[in-house]
Design a protein around this ligand. Structure first.
Ligand code: ADP
Ligand code: MG
Length: 229
């Protein structure tokens, strides 16, 4: 096996079933993601981007197709294998932030890092770099949407994952803040040789990735266009 491959997905299929209605979301979706590589996934709302991330972090099984994470086939992974990978190796940034409401930002970071077995985390430096050092002692509901999103990023990096799956990581940031956070996000990815799959509508973020894939009609293909519209 090529051990730089973090994710290998071939022909993933996934539908949702509402009573008799079947909503086919992923239909022949394939991708590979290597260590040190950042890949953007773009696609219209409802095209299945969040569903794809949920397949890749083990929250939703594919109905068919092949999926390997860190070289291990999903058919061989138990629930506890997935849980262990999400605890220590895969950081998932969900669309609505991942902070625990009863803990301050600083405690959120310590908690997330501690779960991952990282006891000397660089949370304070991360908050500083993300421009939200002043939020360390605040609770999530005392933060703006953009501050919460950056605090969630700090938690993700502090756990020292190998793979980041991010669903619109700059979606609640205003344009100027997104411009400021995007380079920090990529510096952290590159410095640590992480693999990152980033669902985004933000051209700034997408164009800093090594590749852009478009999710359309259930499948992923390289995105080609002269201009980001
Ligand atoms: P995106 O993230 O690209 O906006 P999603 O993956 O959230 O797309 O959703 C893809 C499609 O699947 C949408 O049509 C959505 O309504 C539908 N869908 C998502 N989750 C469920 C669910 N739990 N049950 C039924 N349909 C769902
Ligand atoms: Mg989504």
């Amino acid at each position: 096996m090529n051990d730089s491959l973090l994710v290998e997905a071939r022909d993933l299929e996934r539908s949702y079933h509402n009573g008799r209605e079947q909503i086919r979301v992923l239909h022949g979706a394939s991708l590979e993601l290597r260590r040190g590589e950042a890949v953007a996934v773009i696609g219209p709302s409802g095209s299945g981007k969040s569903t794809l991330l949920n397949l890749l972090n083990g929250l939703l099984p594919p109905e068919s197709g092949e999926l390997r994470l860190f070289g291990r086939a999903h058919t061989e992974l138990t629930e506890s294998d997935w849980a262990e990978m999400r605890r220590t190796r895969i950081a998932t940034l969900f669309q609505d932030g991942n902070l625990i409401p009863t803990l301050t930002v600083s405690r959120n970071i310590a908690f997330r890092a501690g779960l991952a077995g990282v006891h000397r985390h660089d949370g304070d430096a991360l908050l500083e770099r993300l421009g939200i050092a002043e939020t360390a002692q605040r609770y999530p509901d005392q933060l703006s949407g953009g501050q919460r999103q950056r605090a969630a990023l700090a938690c993700a990096f502090a756990m020292q994952p190998e793979l980041i799956l991010a669903d619109e990581p700059t979606g609640s940031l205003d344009y100027a803040t997104a411009q400021r956070v995007a380079p920090l996000f990529f510096d952290a990815i590159r410095e640590r040789s992480l693999g990152a799959l980033i669902v985004t509508h933000n051209p700034e973020l997408a164009q800093r990735c090594d590749r852009i894939l478009e999710l359309r009609d259930g499948a992923l293909s390289p995105w080609v266009s002269a201009q980001f519209s």
